[in-house]
Design a protein around this ligand. Structure first.
Ligand code: ATP
Ligand code: MG
Length: 512
């Protein structure tokens, strides 16, 4: 088929060559298979194919081995050797080794350019999921977001949220009248959960400069799509953070991209590795949202590919939307394995030449049972396919190579240094400071008021004029302070402020 990415074939012994049609690449996909069966390499050849076709890609690199995309493979490389003959076997005559344009990203800023978002952008629903909050706690988080908007207290980083929660606690009595009971226990619980995610590194995720989505959608000078690789090895230690971040990214893409209907080729392809993390213990409300995003993001030209061990890891409604499928081997040791295997096999259009169930059990490493969307978006008959070898290097590049790529990247310098704008934390700290100063002055004034025991002393002080000058200074500071706060709020209202509003009222994940 024209316009398709070559996936693999198999010659006589197998089926027809398989292509992923670009026009249907936004109808999502699945890469599944037991550990070590070839999922990551399949992801690598798909990323190569999309990039070559001018489609930018976003993927998470769980084990660090996908950095090899940045370097051409080589017949001398030991990982490539067992697959030397494969190109010939499958009739891949124009196979060449090649490097691809890659941008490295890292939430922690070590192995890639830092990726940040603001607390406001994340929104209360995803944040509640990240924090694993109860319903009552989530309610308080919602109140905090609303107050942030009403009071002009922008939530950019975690310390903004912490400060706002303290403020909510202090004003609990008044706020409870307006919003219903706000318990200190619930506030305390949220604060403790914030500490947990902070220790997991979430404080690096929240802040500015926030990621500009356009930076994920670049092409290089030759028109090849940029492959954005998110370093995820360390992130895997905090699966909740990983899953929430990727989900946030998807929902942002959904919100920001215009409708394109059915484009000739996708605008962006998003690979979600270790996708089961997204659904493990996820509340139904969240699964429903993911289902909704997957369904709607298609018309924005974004293809989402879930990578996971067993298709059973993915809720049925979502699985049903994954049109292009590459199923590597599944094990069949236990009764449960066999049940999963059978269920996986039943989702394919049968091929009279073989039993799908047997094939899924028998395929070797780098081999898969595949079904791609064909004309009119109908799933193709299932085939046994030897996956094509990658053109780029199998296995990771060296740390020095990575560093060199980071230094020469066109993203170098844009995100590397965090900025800390005046937001909720700073504004509330300033207010507290002003209040403390006012209290101190009031105390002094009270002290200075004539008292029978110290009349002489006070009289003496009054002659020096200290009191007058102090009060003038205070007035000046206050006016200056509030004018500055106002200016800052005005500035923030232009950008973040608007987003806060959207964060609360609009958006799939953000509305309540
Ligand atoms: N199409 C292929 N061409 C060449 N080599 C392959 C191919 N597929 C898999 N391999 C080989 O199999 C090894 C394991 O594959 P891969 O890392 O993709 O497995 P995986 O399913 O991602 O495993 P895990 O679940 O552990 O992440 C690779 O290092 C490579 O040597
Ligand atoms: Mg893998």
């Amino acid at each position: 088929m024209d316009n398709g990415l070559f996936i693999g074939g198999g010659g006589e012994a197998y089926g027809t060559p398989q292509f992923l049609a670009q026009g249907y690449a936004n109808r999502h996909g699945l890469i599944a298979g037991a550990t070590g069966t070839g999922k990551t390499v399949t992801l690598q050849i798909l990323a190569e194919g999309f990039s070559a076709a001018g489609v930018p890609v976003f993927l998470s690199d769980v084990k660090g081995d996908l950095s090899g995309l940045a370097r051409a493979g080589s017949p001398d490389h030991k990982l490539h050797q067992p697959f030397m003959d494969r190109a010939a076997t499958i009739g891949f005559s124009d196979f060449t080794y090649d490097a691809f344009p890659v941008t490295f990203w890292d939430l922690f800023g070590d192995q890639g350019h830092p990726v940040r978002t603001t607390v406001a952008e994340m929104g209360p629903l995803l944040l509640a999921r990240l924090l694993d909050l109860s319903e009552a706690q989530e309610g308080i988080l919602n109140i905090a977001f609303r107050l942030s908007d009403e009071e002009g207290l922008p939530l950019l980083d975690l310390k903004d949220l912490q400060a706002l929660l303290v403020w909510v606690g202090e004003n609990r009595a008044t706020l409870s009248l307006r919003y219903g009971n706000i318990s200190t226990a619930s506030i305390g619980a949220i604060q403790r959960r914030l500490l947990v995610i902070e220790n997991q590194g979430a404080n690096k995720l929240f802040g500015e400069p926030a990621l500009d989505l356009a930076d994920l959608m670049r092409c290089d000078a030759q028109g090849r799509g940029m492959i954005n690789i998110l370093a995820s090895d360390k992130l895997m230690a905090a699966p909740g953070l990983y899953a929430t971040f990727l989900l946030w990214l998807l929902s942002e893409l959904f919100e920001d991209l215009p409708e394109v209907g059915d484009p000739e080729k996708p605008k962006l392809v998003f690979f979600f590795d270790e996708a089961h993390l997204l659904f493990d213990d996820a509340p139904k409300a969240l699964v429903d949202k993911v289902e909704q995003v997957a369904r709607l993001i298609r018309s924005k030209g974004v293809g989402v590919y879930f990578v996971t061990q067993s298709p059973g890891d993915i809720p049925e409604d979502i699985l049903g939307q994954l049109g292009n499928r590459i199923q590597h081997a599944l094990r069949a040791f236990t009764a449960r394995d066999r049940k999963n295997l059978r269920a996986a096999a039943e989702t394919y259009r049968p091929n009279p030449r073989f039993s799908t169930e047997d094939a899924i059990r028998d395929v070797g490493v780098g081999e898969a049972v595949t079904s791609m969307l064909q004309k009119k978006g109908v799933p193709g008959v299932v085939e046994r396919t030897l996956i094509r070898p990658p053109s780029s290097q199998l296995g990771p590049i060296s740390a020095a190579d990575r560093k060199a790529l980071l230094n020469t990247s066109d993203m170098a310098g844009k995100y590397d240094t965090a900025i800390d704008r005046k937001s909720a934390y700073e504004i509330l700290a300033k207010r507290a400071e002003d209040a403390a100063r006012a209290a101190e002055t009031a105390e002094l004034e009270a002290e200075e008021a004539p008292q029978p025991m110290a009349r002489e002393y006070n009289t003496a002080r009054r002659y020096t004029g200290t009191r007058v000058s102090r009060s003038t200074t205070r007035q000046q500071t206050d006016t200056f302070g509030s004018a500055m706060t106002e200016a800052v709020i005005k500035e923030l209202k232009g950008t973040t402020g608007r987003r806060i509003v959207r964060g609360i009222l609009g958006g799939l994940f953000k509305g309540r």
